[in-house]
Write a protein of this length. Structure first.
Length: 300
């Protein structure tokens, strides 16, 4: 236990150092807030980094319009509790304004449509740095990211042209119109996240804990039935005991069969898992390079 606590303290110190670097180097930084555990953890770290002052960054949420109700409720609750500014970018507005196109077909999602909504929010509010909760262990494209990840004036990422980060020296220099995506918890694993949540007693949406919910199974993925996900011909709605390892658009976020209804049980479950938490995300299964392709265009 002592080793675990020391390890978590080192990860916390690294993340807080990076956040303070962001505050020092950039004029209009923000936190990308999805309502998932990693962005909640990031917000908790920001609170610790600048205590007793308030968090000096707004929370930016790109709302697909297909979120879980629990995610939106928790987002609003946390912003109010921390007295932090919440900025919501709307995918539906981007579609209505002709900036994004609604996908059609049986497996349509609004995941790619988040890109123009995010880029519009960056332009409207002139953000020059956006901190996100992405981690290198989640997905191979995210493993390529630096802590300070440069984006050009079009919001695009070039994984072959990234700046070195030697001895924790971070280069935030940019041209007008460019910005950075910052990933303070890049070195954390899913297990680290859950152990830290337990250590700090961080509140999370109840969807992360085992609960009964009407579900369907589609293409090997368990999806929760909602106003956004309905059973198709040949699909059977069943009550399942599930939990979610990630939070995102309800149409693509797969659940896992689980009886882990406490943090202690979740930690045991994660320690024994042989699939990454994004392994059940339908959007990542579209191709071998689905995540990297989206990130090159401006995705989180």
């Amino acid at each position: 236990m002592a080793y675990t606590i020391n390890h978590l303290n080192e990860l916390e110190a690294e993340a807080i150092y990076i956040m303070r670097e962001v505050a020092a180097q950039f004029e209009k930084p923000a936190i990308l807030f999805s309502g998932g555990k990693d962005s909640i953890l990031l917000t908790h770290l920001a609170k610790k980094a600048f205590f007793p002052a308030k968090i000096p960054f707004p929370l930016v949420h790109i709302d697909t319009g297909h979120n879980f109700n629990e995610t939106i409720e928790f987002r609003d609750y946390l912003a109010k509790k921390l007295d932090v500014k919440l900025i919501v970018g709307s995918v539906q507005d981007a579609i209505d304004d002709g900036l994004a196109v609604e996908e059609k077909g049986a497996n349509a999602s609004r995941n790619v449509a988040q890109i123009p909504a995010l880029l519009k929010a960056i332009e409207d509010f002139q953000f020059d740095a956006l901190m996100g909760g992405a981690r290198r262990d989640e997905e191979k494209a995210r493993a390529k990211e630096r802590f300070f990840s440069h984006r050009d004036e079009f919001g695009q990422w070039d994984p072959k042209n990234q700046r070195p980060e030697l001895w924790n020296i971070f280069n935030g220099k940019k041209q007008w119109g460019e910005h950075f995506r910052i990933f303070p918890i890049s070195n954390w694993t899913e297990l680290d996240v859950w152990q830290y949540i337990a250590k700090e007693n961080i509140e999370l949406p109840k969807t992360y804990y085992s609960h009964n919910r009407p579900c369907i199974e589609r293409n090997g993925t368990i999806l929760a039935v909602s106003e956004h996900v309905q059973a198709r011909e040949g699909e059977e709605v069943k009550d399942m005991q599930i939990r979610f390892r990630t939070m995102g658009d309800a149409t693509i976020t797969g659940a896992y069969l689980s009886d882990a209804d406490t943090i202690e049980k979740i930690i045991q479950e994660v320690a024994a898992a042989r699939e990454t938490e994004r392994g059940n995300r339908a959007d990542d299964k579209r191709s071998e390079t689905a995540m990297e392709d989206r990130k090159k265009e401006g995705y989180f």
